[in-house]
Design a binder for this molecule. Structure first.
Ligand SMILES: C[S@@+](CC[C@H](N)C(=O)[O-])C[C@H]1O[C@@H](n2cnc3c(N)ncnc32)[C@H](O)[C@@H]1O
Length: 344
């Protein structure tokens, strides 16, 4: 019976997800939380929020099955799960990413698998990958994409900076540096370092604005490039190369080529840092679940060919590209692993 119930949860998952989003966005969960001491009723919620009793009734009933609400002595209360839906930043970032970036496009998952292309991305534009269109996404999708990306990496940056600067590098490169967040943090952390950010022109425009606002134009510069063109070498002489939440945006074949190009660009004792979330390297089931779902975002929306990798996948690719792991740091940020790599 439990298996049959679980199967029904899957059968109705998109409907129930929309119910949860509506309970959150219409302020119903918040209203119930505000009345948690005494509990509340459908009529009171409807009156407070100026919505119909019918509308509140169907959503609250769905909320009972979702176990975000419960009823005690005829009064409605919010559950711990419901509390997370409105108060936990991780949950908010993931839900907004699902709703604003992925939901509509995911009707095309099957086609994406068959064609090896992110067919869901057509929801937003005619690009080959989401990265080409990132700066032109509709405002809500763009905001939720950046919030999702930054939420995970922002937390990791303060932990990795002391590790990177143990070796006193003077020149570094941030490959896929996006809006410049890491490079700015690194320039704040170390007053001598110079960093080059490699990314697509649209992202570098945003980065340039942020770099200027933080007064680092003299030490951080942008290098516009389509990294999928493997005939273009990386700027050479780098003491360190930083790839954060970056290689997961590429197929295994492209990852080998990107690491090879990084290897060529390193100075004699230069090191390559790879920061990723590996689905097999997680302490919590919730993380593995989220990473498996995120993989499908890459399939359907981002590029049709990449994923959140297994740690062993990455180790094989590093080896194939002629590098080896010198040191591995676990439990960085929320669920990241940092690999410090050197030439073989
Ligand atoms: C998931 S984001 C990671 C951003 C940042 N490193 C972080 O840790 O938050 C991946 C970055 O790689 C860049 N990227 C993806 N494909 C690219 C390509 N073909 N050429 C240049 N940059 C690319 C994207 O524009 C984006 O800024």
């Amino acid at each position: 019976m439990q298996a049959k119930f679980d199967a029904q949860k899957i059968a109705f998952a998109p409907i129930m997800f929309q119910a949860a989003i509506s309970l959150r966005n219409l302020g119903i969960l918040k209203n119930i939380q505000n009345n948690q001491r005494t509990g509340t009723t459908i009529e009171n919620i409807a009156k407070d929020l100026n919505l119909s009793v019918y509308g509140i009734k169907v959503l609250v009933e769905a909320g009972l099955s979702l176990e975000v609400l419960y009823i005690k002595e005829s009064k409605i209360f919010i559950s711990k799960t419901g509390w997370f839906l409105i108060n936990d930043k991780l949950t908010k970032v993931n839900m907004d990413f699902t709703q604003d970036v992925n939901y509509k496009g995911f009707f095309k998952l099957e086609e994406s698998i068959k064609n090896g292309k992110p067919e869901g991305l057509k929801e937003f534009g005619q690009w080959d990958t989401i990265y080409e269109g990132l700066s032109q996404l509709p405002p809500k999708a763009k905001e939720s994409w950046f919030n999702f990306d930054h939420y995970y990496s922002d937390i990791a940056f303060p932990e990795v900076l002391p590790l990177i600067f143990e070796d006193n590098p003077l020149k570094g490169m941030d490959v896929g540096g996006n809006t410049g967040k890491f490079s700015i943090k690194a320039a704040e952390f170390n007053e001598n370092v110079n960093i080059t950010i490699l990314d697509l022109p649209g992202q570098l425009e945003l980065a340039a604005k942020n770099i200027k606002e933080n007064g680092f134009e003299n030490r951080i510069n942008g290098y516009p490039i389509n990294l999928l063109d493997h005939s273009i070498p990386f700027p050479k002489g780098q003491d360190f190369i930083w790839m954060s939440q970056f290689l997961d945006c590429f197929s295994q074949e492209d990852i080998v080529k990107l690491i090879e190009r990084a290897k060529e660009a390193l100075s004699e004792n230069g090191v390559l840092y790879i920061l990723e979330t590996y689905w097999d390297n997680q302490k919590f089931e919730a993380s593995t679940y989220s990473l498996h779902a995120t993989s499908l975002y890459f399939t359907c929306m981002a590029n049709g060919c990449s994923q959140m990798y297994h740690r062993d996948d990455m180790l094989k690719l590093i080896d194939k590209a002629g590098m080896k792991v010198k040191k591995e740091y676990e439990n960085i940020g929320i669920s990241h692993t940092l690999l410090k790599c050197i030439r073989k």
